[in-house]
Design a protein around this ligand. Sequence first.
Ligand code: NAP
Length: 335
Amino acid sequence: MRLLVLGGTVFLSHEVAAEAVRRGHDVTCAARGTSGEVPEGARLARLDRTDPDWSVLEGDFDAVVDVARTPSWVSAALDALGERAAYWLLVSSISVYADHATPHGSPETLPLLEPLWQEDVETTPETYGGHKVACEQLVRERAASSLVVRPGLLVGPGDPSGRFSYWPDRLAEGGDVLAPGAPERDVQVLDVRDLAAWLVDCAEQQRTGVLDATGWITTMGELLEAVAEGVGSDARLFWAHPGFLRRHQVEPWAGPRSLPLWLPEEMGGMLTHDVCATFEAGLRTRPVAETAADTLAWLRTPAGRGQVTGLARAEEQDLLDDWHLTTLGASAPHA
Ligand SMILES: NC(=O)c1ccc[n+]([C@@H]2O[C@H](COP(=O)([O-])OP(=O)(O)OC[C@H]3O[C@@H](n4cnc5c(N)ncnc54)[C@H](OP(=O)(O)O)[C@@H]3O)[C@@H](O)[C@H]2O)c1
Protein backbone atom coordinates (compact mmCIF):
# COMPACT_ATOMS: atom_id res chain seq x y z
CA MET A 1 0.00 0.00 0.00
CA ARG A 2 1.20 3.53 -0.76
CA LEU A 3 0.28 5.40 2.44
CA LEU A 4 0.38 9.12 3.09
CA VAL A 5 0.35 10.21 6.72
CA LEU A 6 -0.43 13.89 7.16
CA GLY A 7 1.67 14.20 10.31
CA GLY A 8 3.98 11.36 11.34
CA THR A 9 6.49 13.16 13.56
CA VAL A 10 4.87 12.63 16.98
CA PHE A 11 2.78 10.21 19.08
CA LEU A 12 -0.19 8.71 17.16
CA SER A 13 0.66 9.74 13.61
CA HIS A 14 4.30 8.67 14.21
CA GLU A 15 3.10 5.29 15.46
CA VAL A 16 0.78 4.84 12.46
CA ALA A 17 3.69 5.51 10.11
CA ALA A 18 5.98 3.18 12.11
CA GLU A 19 3.41 0.36 12.09
CA ALA A 20 2.83 0.73 8.34
CA VAL A 21 6.60 0.64 7.68
CA ARG A 22 6.87 -2.54 9.83
CA ARG A 23 4.24 -4.16 7.61
CA GLY A 24 6.21 -3.33 4.48
CA HIS A 25 4.07 -0.46 3.17
CA ASP A 26 5.47 2.50 1.27
CA VAL A 27 5.03 5.39 3.72
CA THR A 28 5.30 9.13 3.16
CA CYS A 29 4.77 11.58 6.03
CA ALA A 30 3.88 15.17 5.16
CA ALA A 31 4.78 17.55 8.00
CA ARG A 32 7.15 20.38 8.85
CA GLY A 33 9.41 18.01 10.76
CA THR A 34 9.52 20.33 13.77
CA SER A 35 7.74 18.10 16.32
CA GLY A 36 10.14 15.21 15.83
CA GLU A 37 11.43 12.80 13.22
CA VAL A 38 9.47 10.42 11.06
CA PRO A 39 10.06 6.73 11.78
CA GLU A 40 12.97 5.01 10.11
CA GLY A 41 11.88 3.68 6.73
CA ALA A 42 9.29 6.43 6.15
CA ARG A 43 9.93 9.40 3.86
CA LEU A 44 9.41 12.98 5.11
CA ALA A 45 7.86 15.37 2.59
CA ARG A 46 8.38 18.76 4.22
CA LEU A 47 5.17 20.73 4.11
CA ASP A 48 3.65 23.46 6.27
CA ARG A 49 -0.12 23.25 6.25
CA THR A 50 -0.47 26.94 7.08
CA ASP A 51 1.01 27.61 3.59
CA PRO A 52 1.25 24.23 1.87
CA ASP A 53 3.20 23.48 -1.29
CA TRP A 54 1.55 20.20 -2.28
CA SER A 55 3.99 19.68 -5.17
CA VAL A 56 6.30 17.93 -2.66
CA LEU A 57 3.89 14.98 -2.92
CA GLU A 58 3.98 13.02 -6.15
CA GLY A 59 1.77 10.25 -7.50
CA ASP A 60 -1.32 8.54 -6.15
CA PHE A 61 -1.96 7.12 -2.68
CA ASP A 62 -3.94 4.05 -1.66
CA ALA A 63 -4.73 5.68 1.66
CA VAL A 64 -4.31 8.99 3.50
CA VAL A 65 -4.33 9.21 7.30
CA ASP A 66 -4.92 12.73 8.62
CA VAL A 67 -4.81 13.85 12.26
CA ALA A 68 -5.63 17.51 11.58
CA ARG A 69 -7.94 19.57 13.76
CA THR A 70 -8.17 22.66 11.48
CA PRO A 71 -10.96 22.52 8.87
CA SER A 72 -9.14 24.69 6.29
CA TRP A 73 -6.14 22.30 6.45
CA VAL A 74 -8.40 19.34 5.73
CA SER A 75 -10.20 21.20 2.96
CA ALA A 76 -6.90 22.18 1.30
CA ALA A 77 -5.61 18.61 1.53
CA LEU A 78 -8.79 17.29 -0.08
CA ASP A 79 -8.49 19.93 -2.87
CA ALA A 80 -4.89 18.97 -3.56
CA LEU A 81 -5.03 15.20 -3.07
CA GLY A 82 -8.67 14.10 -3.13
CA GLU A 83 -8.50 12.79 -6.69
CA ARG A 84 -5.16 11.07 -6.06
CA ALA A 85 -6.24 9.25 -2.89
CA ALA A 86 -8.46 6.15 -2.99
CA TYR A 87 -9.26 6.27 0.71
CA TRP A 88 -9.15 8.86 3.51
CA LEU A 89 -8.94 8.07 7.21
CA LEU A 90 -9.55 11.03 9.51
CA VAL A 91 -8.52 10.74 13.13
CA SER A 92 -11.17 12.77 14.94
CA SER A 93 -12.03 12.67 18.67
CA ILE A 94 -14.81 11.87 21.13
CA SER A 95 -14.70 15.63 21.80
CA VAL A 96 -17.07 15.96 18.80
CA TYR A 97 -19.96 14.90 21.04
CA ALA A 98 -22.27 17.46 22.64
CA ASP A 99 -23.13 15.01 25.43
CA HIS A 100 -20.39 13.84 27.80
CA ALA A 101 -22.80 12.89 30.58
CA THR A 102 -24.63 9.87 29.19
CA PRO A 103 -22.73 6.61 29.71
CA HIS A 104 -22.35 3.90 27.06
CA GLY A 105 -22.81 6.30 24.15
CA SER A 106 -21.76 5.57 20.58
CA PRO A 107 -21.79 7.36 17.21
CA GLU A 108 -25.36 6.09 16.75
CA THR A 109 -26.68 7.51 20.02
CA LEU A 110 -24.74 10.66 20.92
CA PRO A 111 -25.48 14.14 19.52
CA LEU A 112 -22.67 16.06 17.84
CA LEU A 113 -21.56 19.63 18.45
CA GLU A 114 -22.29 22.10 15.66
CA PRO A 115 -19.45 22.28 13.14
CA LEU A 116 -17.16 25.24 13.79
CA TRP A 117 -15.65 26.76 10.66
CA GLN A 118 -14.25 29.94 12.19
CA GLU A 119 -10.59 29.32 12.94
CA ASP A 120 -9.30 32.55 14.52
CA VAL A 121 -10.69 31.54 17.92
CA GLU A 122 -8.96 30.55 21.13
CA THR A 123 -8.69 26.76 21.44
CA THR A 124 -11.03 25.32 24.06
CA PRO A 125 -12.55 21.82 24.35
CA GLU A 126 -15.62 23.18 22.50
CA THR A 127 -13.68 24.77 19.62
CA TYR A 128 -11.53 21.63 19.34
CA GLY A 129 -14.67 19.47 19.15
CA GLY A 130 -16.48 21.85 16.76
CA HIS A 131 -13.44 22.01 14.49
CA LYS A 132 -13.21 18.23 14.43
CA VAL A 133 -16.93 18.04 13.48
CA ALA A 134 -16.19 20.36 10.54
CA CYS A 135 -13.14 18.26 9.55
CA GLU A 136 -15.29 15.13 9.65
CA GLN A 137 -17.97 16.74 7.44
CA LEU A 138 -15.39 17.70 4.82
CA VAL A 139 -13.89 14.22 4.66
CA ARG A 140 -17.21 12.42 4.60
CA GLU A 141 -18.60 14.69 1.88
CA ARG A 142 -15.55 14.96 -0.34
CA ALA A 143 -13.29 11.91 -0.04
CA ALA A 144 -13.87 9.04 -2.48
CA SER A 145 -14.09 6.60 0.43
CA SER A 146 -13.55 7.39 4.09
CA LEU A 147 -13.42 6.30 7.71
CA VAL A 148 -13.78 8.69 10.65
CA VAL A 149 -12.29 7.35 13.88
CA ARG A 150 -13.08 9.13 17.15
CA PRO A 151 -10.52 8.13 19.80
CA GLY A 152 -11.05 8.54 23.51
CA LEU A 153 -8.10 8.99 25.87
CA LEU A 154 -4.89 7.86 24.16
CA VAL A 155 -2.05 6.73 26.38
CA GLY A 156 1.35 5.11 26.22
CA PRO A 157 4.94 5.91 25.28
CA GLY A 158 5.33 9.24 23.52
CA ASP A 159 2.18 10.79 25.01
CA PRO A 160 2.80 14.55 25.08
CA SER A 161 -0.23 15.20 27.35
CA GLY A 162 1.20 13.51 30.48
CA ARG A 163 -2.25 12.54 31.79
CA PHE A 164 -2.02 8.76 32.05
CA SER A 165 1.77 9.02 32.38
CA TYR A 166 1.35 10.74 35.78
CA TRP A 167 0.20 7.40 37.23
CA PRO A 168 3.10 5.11 36.20
CA ASP A 169 5.46 7.90 37.23
CA ARG A 170 3.79 8.42 40.61
CA LEU A 171 3.12 4.77 41.45
CA ALA A 172 6.68 3.77 40.55
CA GLU A 173 7.84 6.14 43.27
CA GLY A 174 5.74 4.25 45.85
CA GLY A 175 4.64 5.41 49.32
CA ASP A 176 1.22 6.91 50.03
CA VAL A 177 -0.50 8.05 46.85
CA LEU A 178 -3.51 10.35 46.57
CA ALA A 179 -6.10 8.93 44.16
CA PRO A 180 -9.14 10.82 42.86
CA GLY A 181 -12.79 10.10 43.65
CA ALA A 182 -14.17 6.61 43.95
CA PRO A 183 -12.21 3.51 42.90
CA GLU A 184 -15.34 2.09 41.26
CA ARG A 185 -15.68 5.02 38.82
CA ASP A 186 -15.57 3.82 35.20
CA VAL A 187 -12.75 4.83 32.90
CA GLN A 188 -11.44 3.90 29.44
CA VAL A 189 -8.01 4.29 27.89
CA LEU A 190 -6.39 3.09 24.67
CA ASP A 191 -2.70 2.42 24.07
CA VAL A 192 -1.60 4.53 21.11
CA ARG A 193 0.16 1.51 19.60
CA ASP A 194 -3.05 -0.54 19.62
CA LEU A 195 -4.93 2.29 17.92
CA ALA A 196 -2.16 2.71 15.34
CA ALA A 197 -2.16 -1.02 14.50
CA TRP A 198 -5.91 -1.00 14.04
CA LEU A 199 -5.84 2.18 11.92
CA VAL A 200 -3.36 0.50 9.59
CA ASP A 201 -5.67 -2.57 9.47
CA CYS A 202 -8.55 -0.25 8.54
CA ALA A 203 -6.50 1.42 5.80
CA GLU A 204 -5.45 -1.98 4.42
CA GLN A 205 -9.07 -3.14 4.41
CA GLN A 206 -10.41 0.28 3.31
CA ARG A 207 -12.95 0.09 6.11
CA THR A 208 -15.52 2.91 5.92
CA GLY A 209 -17.95 4.62 8.31
CA VAL A 210 -17.64 6.26 11.71
CA LEU A 211 -16.34 4.50 14.83
CA ASP A 212 -15.30 5.51 18.35
CA ALA A 213 -11.98 4.07 19.42
CA THR A 214 -11.11 3.36 23.00
CA GLY A 215 -10.45 0.39 25.27
CA TRP A 216 -12.99 -1.64 27.22
CA ILE A 217 -14.46 0.05 30.29
CA THR A 218 -12.60 -0.62 33.50
CA THR A 219 -12.71 1.12 36.87
CA MET A 220 -10.26 3.68 38.14
CA GLY A 221 -9.35 1.24 40.95
CA GLU A 222 -8.62 -1.58 38.48
CA LEU A 223 -6.71 0.81 36.23
CA LEU A 224 -4.41 1.99 39.03
CA GLU A 225 -3.96 -1.61 40.24
CA ALA A 226 -2.86 -2.57 36.72
CA VAL A 227 -0.50 0.42 36.55
CA ALA A 228 0.97 -0.57 39.94
CA GLU A 229 1.46 -4.13 38.68
CA GLY A 230 3.11 -2.87 35.49
CA VAL A 231 5.61 -0.65 37.28
CA GLY A 232 6.16 -3.04 40.21
CA SER A 233 4.74 -0.70 42.84
CA ASP A 234 3.61 -1.43 46.39
CA ALA A 235 2.22 2.10 46.82
CA ARG A 236 -0.81 2.58 49.08
CA LEU A 237 -3.70 4.44 47.47
CA PHE A 238 -5.84 6.91 49.42
CA TRP A 239 -9.02 7.74 47.54
CA ALA A 240 -9.97 11.35 48.26
CA HIS A 241 -13.60 12.41 47.94
CA PRO A 242 -14.31 14.82 45.02
CA GLY A 243 -15.67 17.40 47.50
CA PHE A 244 -12.36 17.35 49.39
CA LEU A 245 -10.42 17.75 46.14
CA ARG A 246 -12.60 20.66 45.00
CA ARG A 247 -12.28 22.41 48.38
CA HIS A 248 -8.51 22.13 48.04
CA GLN A 249 -8.51 23.57 44.51
CA VAL A 250 -7.37 20.34 42.91
CA GLU A 251 -8.14 20.47 39.20
CA PRO A 252 -9.65 17.55 37.31
CA TRP A 253 -8.23 15.85 34.21
CA ALA A 254 -4.91 17.60 33.45
CA GLY A 255 -2.69 20.59 34.07
CA PRO A 256 -1.02 22.15 37.10
CA ARG A 257 -2.42 21.04 40.49
CA SER A 258 -4.60 18.40 38.82
CA LEU A 259 -5.20 14.75 39.54
CA PRO A 260 -5.03 13.38 36.01
CA LEU A 261 -7.90 11.28 34.63
CA TRP A 262 -10.27 12.58 37.35
CA LEU A 263 -13.39 13.92 35.63
CA PRO A 264 -16.25 15.95 37.11
CA GLU A 265 -19.44 13.91 37.59
CA GLU A 266 -21.21 15.72 34.73
CA MET A 267 -18.54 14.32 32.38
CA GLY A 268 -19.23 10.76 33.54
CA GLY A 269 -20.03 9.51 30.01
CA MET A 270 -16.81 10.67 28.45
CA LEU A 271 -14.75 7.64 29.39
CA THR A 272 -17.55 5.06 29.20
CA HIS A 273 -18.29 4.67 25.50
CA ASP A 274 -19.85 1.57 23.99
CA VAL A 275 -17.07 0.32 21.71
CA CYS A 276 -18.45 -3.14 20.85
CA ALA A 277 -18.66 -2.16 17.17
CA THR A 278 -15.00 -1.10 17.18
CA PHE A 279 -13.85 -4.38 18.70
CA GLU A 280 -16.04 -6.21 16.16
CA ALA A 281 -14.15 -4.19 13.54
CA GLY A 282 -10.89 -5.65 14.82
CA LEU A 283 -9.48 -3.33 17.53
CA ARG A 284 -7.35 -5.33 19.97
CA THR A 285 -5.88 -3.95 23.18
CA ARG A 286 -2.90 -4.91 25.30
CA PRO A 287 -3.03 -5.10 29.12
CA VAL A 288 -2.83 -1.75 30.94
CA ALA A 289 0.09 -3.14 32.97
CA GLU A 290 2.13 -3.45 29.78
CA THR A 291 1.23 0.09 28.71
CA ALA A 292 2.23 1.37 32.16
CA ALA A 293 5.60 -0.44 32.12
CA ASP A 294 6.41 0.85 28.62
CA THR A 295 5.28 4.37 29.50
CA LEU A 296 7.54 4.40 32.55
CA ALA A 297 10.46 3.14 30.45
CA TRP A 298 9.82 6.00 27.99
CA LEU A 299 9.55 8.57 30.80
CA ARG A 300 13.06 7.50 31.82
CA THR A 301 14.51 8.27 28.37
CA PRO A 302 15.71 11.79 27.44
CA ALA A 303 12.65 12.22 25.16
CA GLY A 304 10.22 11.29 27.91
CA ARG A 305 11.80 13.10 30.86
CA GLY A 306 9.32 15.41 32.59
CA GLN A 307 6.42 14.51 30.26
CA VAL A 308 3.84 14.30 33.03
CA THR A 309 1.10 16.64 34.11
CA GLY A 310 -0.60 16.84 37.50
CA LEU A 311 0.14 17.52 41.16
CA ALA A 312 3.67 18.29 42.27
CA ARG A 313 4.88 15.90 44.99
CA ALA A 314 4.84 18.65 47.68
CA GLU A 315 1.24 19.53 46.76
CA GLU A 316 0.25 15.88 46.96
CA GLN A 317 1.94 15.49 50.38
CA ASP A 318 0.06 18.53 51.77
CA LEU A 319 -3.20 17.10 50.46
CA LEU A 320 -2.47 13.66 51.91
CA ASP A 321 -1.74 15.24 55.30
CA ASP A 322 -5.06 17.13 55.16
CA TRP A 323 -6.92 14.03 53.95
CA HIS A 324 -5.56 11.96 56.84
CA LEU A 325 -6.56 14.74 59.26
CA THR A 326 -10.04 15.04 57.71
CA THR A 327 -10.69 11.33 57.95
CA LEU A 328 -8.98 11.06 61.39
CA GLY A 329 -7.08 8.03 60.17
CA ALA A 330 -10.33 6.28 59.26
CA SER A 331 -9.46 5.80 55.60
CA ALA A 332 -7.97 2.34 55.21
CA PRO A 333 -5.47 2.09 52.40
CA HIS A 334 -6.93 0.56 49.26
CA ALA A 335 -4.25 -1.21 47.26
N1 NAP B 1 -4.19 12.38 22.72
C1 NAP B 1 -5.43 11.99 22.92
O1 NAP B 1 -5.80 11.49 24.00
C2 NAP B 1 -6.43 12.12 21.79
C3 NAP B 1 -7.78 11.84 22.07
C4 NAP B 1 -8.68 11.90 21.02
C5 NAP B 1 -8.27 12.23 19.75
N2 NAP B 1 -6.96 12.53 19.52
C6 NAP B 1 -6.56 12.83 18.15
O2 NAP B 1 -5.51 11.94 17.82
C7 NAP B 1 -4.63 12.60 16.92
C8 NAP B 1 -3.24 12.66 17.53
O3 NAP B 1 -2.33 12.92 16.54
P1 NAP B 1 -0.78 13.06 16.86
O4 NAP B 1 -0.47 12.29 18.06
O5 NAP B 1 -0.03 12.80 15.63
O6 NAP B 1 -0.59 14.59 17.31
P2 NAP B 1 -1.16 15.96 16.77
O7 NAP B 1 -0.60 16.98 17.68
O8 NAP B 1 -2.62 15.92 16.61
O9 NAP B 1 -0.50 16.12 15.30
C9 NAP B 1 0.81 16.34 15.21
C10 NAP B 1 1.24 16.18 13.77
O10 NAP B 1 0.75 17.26 12.97
C11 NAP B 1 1.84 17.87 12.31
N3 NAP B 1 1.67 19.31 12.16
C12 NAP B 1 1.40 20.22 13.12
N4 NAP B 1 1.39 21.45 12.59
C13 NAP B 1 1.67 21.31 11.27
C14 NAP B 1 1.81 22.23 10.17
N5 NAP B 1 1.65 23.55 10.34
N6 NAP B 1 2.09 21.74 8.96
C15 NAP B 1 2.26 20.41 8.77
N7 NAP B 1 2.12 19.49 9.75
C16 NAP B 1 1.84 19.95 10.98
C17 NAP B 1 3.03 17.63 13.24
O11 NAP B 1 4.24 17.66 12.50
P3 NAP B 1 5.29 18.87 12.59
O12 NAP B 1 5.05 19.62 13.86
O13 NAP B 1 6.60 18.15 12.59
O14 NAP B 1 5.05 19.70 11.38
C18 NAP B 1 2.73 16.22 13.76
O15 NAP B 1 3.28 15.23 12.90
C19 NAP B 1 -5.20 13.97 16.65
O16 NAP B 1 -6.06 13.88 15.54
C20 NAP B 1 -6.00 14.22 17.91
O17 NAP B 1 -7.01 15.17 17.69
C21 NAP B 1 -6.03 12.48 20.50
